[in-house]
Write a protein that binds this ligand. Structure first.
Ligand code: CP
Length: 324
């Protein structure tokens, strides 16, 4: 199976640049191909198959200058499942905390001979900036408010596996919450609309800028982006619902209505008004009891842990595709 995956996958499948910086601009065919590859890695994630020779002898450096649980561990597990060694550099223990620049930090790690850099940083466009200065693949693990491409891909894999189809024409996906600050929302808007889904952005006026409606250019087969400030009014239009965390670290709560939870939180009563079988996703970390009730997060509709598992497969495919 491994040989097949690697023959089919090429760097160009991911991006022509040799990096994974964002999902904007990827075609539907590229996204489908990536999903096929990621799905092929699921047995290895579950320990059923051994892919430990794919990146044997390679070193992947995690450069995480913002906190992370899922993304960093998921990239580490993915790299190790492919046989690579992993080194971690965290913001709090790095010389970035002494004022070293993002580019200096990255070029120094690259100069040590690592084979790929996984980067999380607070600067929007930070991963692309690093990619201009190093000659190894850069994988964006979330850069400020710009993009979180592997999250967008794992969400797409989760949605398409749940619906058992790759094309999402006529599917309405609601993304609810702090859209303005969300790199997850941006990556998802690009990938979901490219696959044909209609994206409904839901949240208070202060956290859902109207510019988002023109983020994607309408084209043949492409989905649309609409905005609603009334979650209750659109519950019956939703096929898939993605809840987002309010990102206080990016705006200190400025623009947050006092009644946010009452208007936009997915509590049990609201979840009961969704159509039967409408699944609930959340990229994590969850503010339990705020944007998402415990019962819903752990309930039958929740695909949250499936997202996490799919994330390892997506990251294995990305590392194999770009470093293999
Ligand atoms: N979804 C996500 O990016 O989670 P972490 O911040 O824990 O990596």
């Amino acid at each position: 199976m491994g040989t097949g995956i690697l023959c089919r996958m090429s760097t160009a499948t991911w991006t022509s640049s040799g990096h994974l910086l964002g999902l904007e601009g990827l075609t539907r065919e590229q996204l489908h191909s990536i999903l096929d590859d990621a799905e092929s890695f699921l047995p290895a994630v579950q320990g059923i198959t051994d892919m430990g020779d794919v990146l044997s002898g390679r070193v992947v450096a995690n450069l995480f200058l913002e906190n992370s649980t899922r993304t960093r561990v998921s990239f580490s597990v993915a790299a190790r499942r492919l046989g690579a060694d992993v080194v971690d550099l965290l913001g709090s223990t790095s010389s970035a905390s002494k004022g070293e620049s993002l580019v200096d930090t990255a070029t120094n790690i690259a100069a040590m001979g690592v084979d790929g850099l996984v980067v999380r940083c607070s600067e929007s466009g930070g991963a692309a900036l690093i990619a201009e200065h190093v000659n190894i693949p850069v994988l964006n693990a979330g850069d400020g408010r710009h993009e979180h491409p592997t999250q967008g891909l794992l969400d797409l894999l989760t949605v398409t596996r749940h619906l058992d189809r790759r094309d999402l024409d006529d599917v309405t996906v609601a993304i609810v919450g702090d859209i303005a600050s969300s790199r997850v929302a941006r990556s998802n808007i690009h990938s979901l609309t490219t696959c044909g889904a209609n994206v409904l952005l839901v949240g208070p006026e202060s956290l859902v800028p109207t510019e988002f409606e023109s983020m994607v250019s309408p084209g043949p087969g492409s989905g649309t982006v609409r905005i609603s400030h009334d979650l209750d009014a659109v519950l019956d239009q939703i096929d898939i619902i993605m809840m987002l965390r309010v990102q206080y670290e990016r705006h200190d709560g400025e623009g947050m209505p006092d009644d946010y939870r009452e208007r936009f939180g997915l509590d049990v009563q609201r979840a009961d008004r969704l159509g039967p079988g409408v699944p609930v996703l959340h990229p994590g970390p969850i503010n339990r009891g705020f944007e998402l009730a415990h019962e819903v997060a752990d309930g039958e509709r929740s695909l949250i842990l499936e997202q996490v598992t799919n994330g390892v497969a997506v990251r294995m495919a990305a590392l194999a595709g770009l470093l293999g």
